[in-house]
Design a binder for this molecule. Structure first.
Ligand code: ZN
Length: 328
């Protein structure tokens, strides 16, 4: 079967089926990014991300249970190895006893209705902190990078993830992951959400603190997009749609609303997602603390701008707040 034959990955779950329809801001549009660490009893606060914590798997029931009662539909998991030794290939990413694989299984058994997405990247797990495998000179070696990233994605799907979401920005990884899912007979059981237009933004600082994934040398400007590069973003969106993505994502959101609108127009038959990233979340909080605006009003204004631009799925740390606010 050819890559272009596979559509079912995009509508294999009640939540992702709902995403195929037009809408206004609702609870089912919210995907909550959560950080899972390898200390099973952790509930560590993070000063740079107000109200957010690094969670151990033993704490997931108490953390997610009350949110499910309020209408939480989906989460995206980020692994944070604190204790284990990192290596150049990111072996920890799909360690069967690592935090992500254990969390997928735990959440599937605790909350059968929860849609579980997994961020797929190597930077949290590599000794050098880059999102792929490197040549000796420190540049990205693309073929082994996409092979390894696809392997990680398939292992998350095998563990029960409903969605894999590669954030690495390596060329060709969407095609490799889709093929990997097809070879493992998982392509109709797992949604592929592509971080298609991910920009080299100044807004990722709090996230890098949260997962401790700052590169040990250099930066990510050779694979994340230059902030002013509209044409490149449009090409990346079209490429990922053609390579088998089920959902197209733009990241960050607020400074890139035109790109969200471009994604909605260039790939009108795919759901458009956007990630209101850590720095955007921290910025809204900081402004509210400084008395510039009311937190809730500004949170709604930012997210509604994303919906207006064309986003149907919003990844946001405000998810627990919106679950309360949308009931008021
Ligand atoms: Zn990365």
């Amino acid at each position: 079967m050819d890559i272009s034959s596979i559509l079912q990955g995009g509508y294999q779950h009640p939540v992702s089926r709902a995403w195929q329809s037009p809408r206004q801001l609702t609870k089912s549009m919210l995907m909550y990014p959560i950080f899972i660490t390898d200390d099973p009893d952790a509930a560590e606060e993070m000063t740079t991300l107000p109200g957010q914590r690094r969670w151990g798997i033993n704490k997931l029931e108490g953390f997610i249970g009350p949110l499910m009662k309020k209408g939480l539909k989906s989460v995206i998991l980020f692994g944070v190895p604190m204790k284990a030794q990192k290596d150049p290939k990111g072996t920890l990413a799909d360690d069967p006893n690592g935090p992500v694989i254990l969390a997928i299984k735990k959440l599937r058994s605790l909350f059968p209705d929860l849609f579980i997405a997994c961020d797929v990247c190597l930077c949290e797990y590599t000794s050098h902190g880059h999102c792929g495998i490197l040549h000796e000179d420190g540049t990205i070696n693309t073929p082994p990078s996409v092979e390894r990233i696809a392997e990680v994605a398939v292992n998350y799907a095998r563990a029960g993830a409903h969605c894999v979401a590669p954030s690495d920005m390596m060329d060709g990884r969407i095609k490799f992951i889709k093929q990997g899912l097809m070879d493992a007979s998982l392509a109709n059981k797992c949604t592929l959400m592509a971080y298609s237009a991910k920009f080299a933004s100044a807004l990722y600082g709090p996230f890098r603190d949260a997962v401790m994934s700052a590169p040990s040398f250099g930066d990510r400007k050779c694979y994340q997009l230059p902030p002013a590069a509209k044409g490149l973003a449009r090409r990346a969106i079209l490429r990922d749609a053609a390579e088998g993505a089920d959902i197209i994502m733009v990241k960050p959101s607020l400074p890139y609303l035109d790109i969200i609108a471009d994604a909605a127009q260039l790939a009108p038959d795919h759901p458009t997602a956007c990630y209101q990233v850590s720095g955007e979340f921290a910025m809204v909080h900081a402004g509210a603390r400084a008395g510039v605006y009311d937190l809730k009003t500004m949170a709604f204004e930012t997210v509604n701008s994303m919906v207006r631009a064309g986003a149907g799925i919003i990844l946001t740390y405000f998810t627990p707040d919106f679950l309360d606010w949308l009931d008021e």
